[in-house]
Design a protein around this ligand. Sequence first.
Ligand code: NDP
Ligand code: 8X3
Length: 250
Amino acid sequence: MTKTAFITGATSGIGEAAARRFVQAGWRVVATGRRAERLEALAKELGPNLHPAAFDVRDSAAFEAAIAGLPSGFSDIDLLINNAGLALGREPAQKADLEEWRTMIDTNINALVTITHRLLPSLIERRGGVINVSSVAANHPYMGGNVYGGTKAFVRQFSLGLRSDLHGTGVRVTSIEPGMAETEFTLVRTGGNQKASDAVYSGADPMTGADLADTLLWLAELPAHLNVNTIEIMPVTQSFAGFQVHRKEG
Ligand code: NDP
Ligand code: 8X3
């Protein structure tokens, strides 16, 4: 039986690659994001198994309208991939922009829980799954990661809590925590600075959206009795740094 995945943030990067990968693997996909023209292009490329639904995840009325507008065949959702998200800024907390913090919290946390809450009854009915896209920033603090890291730690912990609450329902829940992947992530984080984005990925052999799409599909197609609780995945070129120590002068 054909299954349906609801993928947020499918207009670029990881979500776009996942939409492509899931349709190629025989899934139906509801592909979402704000940039409608990108979703239309994806629908044109991938054919009738992709349904584009353009809305801002922070707008719960628009999200409800998108759910109400799902055509038959797309309305029975088996898998929710909460991928839409962003980082804004790399300033230390004391210099950060409060509005940017609020945007990250609204997108990465408030919208994610709203969408999850709305779709849970149907996911339970269908013994489906939720995959939440967290980040290594949830597990490894770094300078300038402040609220972004906090939102992703929420996503990880919320996923573990969901897993506990959904005990006995057959619904599986995974938190995926990727490291560096070359997408539009840094372009967004730097307010559109292509040079800064190129500098982050240059020579680093980063992961790609397609790498993570393969992992998402692998998770989604595991035998129904298996649950990967968390998965942290990075490029080989990225690893951990030590603690910093501030010393007195002289
Ligand atoms: P991209 O910037 O390429 O993609 C982000 C996606 O999220 C876009 O499709 C964007 O769509 C969507 N999105 C952002 N804000 C909103 C909004 N308000 N409403 C609807 N959709 C929104 O980045 P990635 O693919 O890298 O990011 C995907 C996820 O992966 C994010 O949650 C990110 O935090 C996480 N991640 C990324 C890593 C990386 O190194 N790239 C590493 C770890 C985690 P649109 O702008 O059209 O609305
Ligand atoms: C994105 C990875 O290391 O830039 O979540 O925070 S990182």
